[in-house]
Design a binder for this molecule. Structure first.
Ligand SMILES: NC(=O)c1ccc[n+]([C@@H]2O[C@H](COP(=O)([O-])OP(=O)(O)OC[C@H]3O[C@@H](n4cnc5c(N)ncnc54)[C@H](O)[C@@H]3O)[C@@H](O)[C@H]2O)c1
Length: 246
């Protein structure tokens, strides 16, 4: 098992890629902390994972609530004594083309996707520094590399996450902490539910595997990056898109 007894926080773990990642990490032996603004989803999943012999706990927290994030991290430190892995996965979209995007839409997406990543990482970094060991994984997107129609706010947030990743890899790499980003292509989760069928068809056709990705295919990459198999992988943004950009 690649992640045996590692304490791993996954944000946005009630659905989609975060849920698949929590399940994958549990199957690799991690002690999984499922965090989400939706308490019900993470509590149900933590119960189900625990019932099948894994160690999993749920914490309801909004990543934009800094005091709430700090309280969860302090509580986890008391309970488990360490934090080995943070997967900054929680994210949202609020799409509109440039002319019609409201300030509220812009601010909300930046707040969750960018400041939320800052909040959670800053909350765990002292613990990882004390341990002289840790892994931070950030959810970026192909949209953070190439941009996308109607996603000014989202593209900026995901490009920003790559900036965090490269900066923190430099700051924290010498102290035993690896930081990497994953840039998924288009993955079949609720986040695509607002996209018209025609757009989804376009995503399938743009991918050289001619399909959407599955959440588990991103979870597998997070598990690799979180493990010692990736011990010399630091400061990178790995595209996992079925060859979208080829
Ligand atoms: N699905 C895709 O095609 C795709 C592609 C590239 C990147 N991503 C990124 O991957 C991550 C996961 O996406 P997904 O497709 O699984 O989305 P999803 O909508 O299926 O799940 C997102 C989860 O995050 C939670 N969440 C949202 N805001 C939160 C907040 N403020 N605090 C705590 N939890 C919050 C939601 O409750 C939900 O459980 C996101 O960062 C997304 O931008 C997704």
């Amino acid at each position: 098992m690649k992640l045996k007894d590692k304490v791993a926080i996954v944000t946005g773990a009630a659905a989609g890629i975060g849920l698949a990642t929590a399940r994958k990490f549990a199957s690799e032996g991690a002690i999984v902390v499922l965090c989400d603004r939706s308490a019900e989803g993470v509590e149900r999943e933590a119960f189900s994972l625990s019932a099948s012999g894994h160690t999993a706990v749920a914490r309801a927290v909004d990543v934009t609530d800094r005091a709430g994030v700090d309280a969860v991290v302090a509580d986890l430190k008391r309970q488990f004594g360490r934090i080995d892995i943070l997967v900054n996965n929680a994210g949202i979209t609020q799409d509109a083309r440039l002319q019609s995007m409201s300030e509220a839409q812009f601010d909300k997406v930046i707040d969750v996707n960018l400041k939320g990543v800052f909040n959670c990482t800053q909350a765990v970094v002292d613990t990882m520094l004390e341990q002289q060991r840790g892994v931070v994984l950030n959810a970026s997107s192909v949209v953070g590399i190439y941009g996308n129609f109607g996603q000014t706010n989202y593209a900026a947030s995901k490009f920003g996450v790559i900036g965090f990743t490269k900066t923190w890899a430099r700051e924290l790499g010498p102290k035993g902490i690896r930081v990497n980003a994953v840039c998924p292509g288009f993955i079949a989760t609720d986040i695509l539910s607002t996209m018209p069928d025609k757009v989804l068809e376009g995503f399938r056709n743009a991918c050289w595997q001619r399909r959407l990705g599955e959440p588990g295919e991103i979870a597998n990459v997070y598990a690799f990056l979180a493990s010692d198999d990736a011990s010399f992988v630091n400061g990178t943004a790995i595209e996992v898109s079925g060859g979208l950009s080829v």
